[in-house]
Ligand binder design. Structure first.
Ligand code: DHB
Ligand code: FE
Length: 285
């Protein structure tokens, strides 16, 4: 059998296993939640009650229960839990966190953040190959605090997919570090990043998550997006995403993570490249 994507295995071997490693690192970064017995009991009880309610309401049968068990085991064995949880659950955790956050609104982190990437000054071109496919994009802006004061030397982690939809570090055919970097803002909190416009993203279809979504007749697409993490001493770190007006799946994100405030509308500049500005506002400081 011939295939158009010979060495690309973005599921268990590529995305799944690597996403599990990245998820362990991310859990460490976010700190240990020290749950009291009371908190654990309350939350666990509520979750089990919710599951029992679904079983009663939908008259779940033994064969369905056994199929669900097998599928849950398969998701674990393939390392797809980080993908599944980030795409179907994280957006609600983010909404709850957003209730106590001012400044730029957040969005989900997703499974593909990698720390310790190449560092750049305030004007930067992200790592890419010669003749990289995709529409060039110049993304610039300023980091300020809630009073409007610029935040100099803020750090901006950016990561996004290549024009073929895959993320470096999670797809064997892409060079490490592609479209990833940490930019430090200048004295006025400004930055200018040259990259390409990312592409819509489809979760791997050939693993248990893909099989389930296909069987249910759903789709697994996210609209094109830039991932960003912005931090500065004395300020609360934000994790967010920026989307593109009018793009595919912008109104039908499988991860339900699009917010109106985060949608960009780039326009071609005098040199023909797409340009867009976006300013970040950090709490604290
Ligand atoms: C997933 C992938 C993403 O690129 C993203 O931004 C969010 C979630 C996922 O595979 O779960
Ligand atoms: Fe993403």
């Amino acid at each position: 059998m011939t295939t158009t994507t010979p060495d690309v295995s973005p599921t268990a071997a590529g995305a799944g296993a690597n996403a599990s490693d990245a998820a362990r690192a991310s859990a460490v970064r976010h700190g240990q939640a020290v749950a009291s017995a009371e908190r654990l009991s309350t939350v666990a009880r509520a979750m089990l009650d919710a599951v029992h309610g679904v079983i009663r309401d939908h008259r779940l049968t033994y064969p369905e229960f056994q199929a669900a068990k097998r599928w849950i085991m398969a998701v674990g064995e393939s390392g797809e839990w980080p993908l599944f949880l980030d795409v179907f659950v994280e957006h609600v955790v983010e909404q709850v966190a957003a209730d106590s956050q001012q400044g730029t609104v957040g969005s989900i982190e997703g499974p593909y953040y990698l720390p310790a990437q190449r560092r750049f000054p305030s004007v930067a071109t992200l790592p890419m190959r010669d003749d990289e496919p995709g529409d060039p994009l110049v993304f610039s802006g300023q980091v300020r605090d809630l009073t409007g004061t610029p935040v100099p030397h803020a750090e901006l982690d950016i990561w996004h997919n290549a024009a073929d939809g895959f993320y470096s570090g999670f797809a064997p055919h892409l060079p490490d570090g592609l479209f990833r970097g940490t930019i430090t803002t200048d004295e006025q909190g400004r930055f200018e990043i040259t990259t390409i416009k990312p592409a819509p993203y489809q979760l791997p279809m050939d693993g248990p998550t893909g099989h389930f979504v296909e069987a249910a007749g759903w789709h697994l697409w996210r609209p094109a997006h830039l991932h960003l993490m912005v931090r500065a001493d004395g300020h609360r770190r934000i994790t967010t995403q920026l989307y593109f007006d009018g793009g595919d799946y912008i109104d039908d994100d499988v991860a339900r993570a699009v917010k109106d405030e985060l949608v960009l509308a780039p326009e071609p500049g005098p040199d023909g490249r797409l340009r867009v500005e976006y300013d970040f506002v950090l709490e604290g400081g």
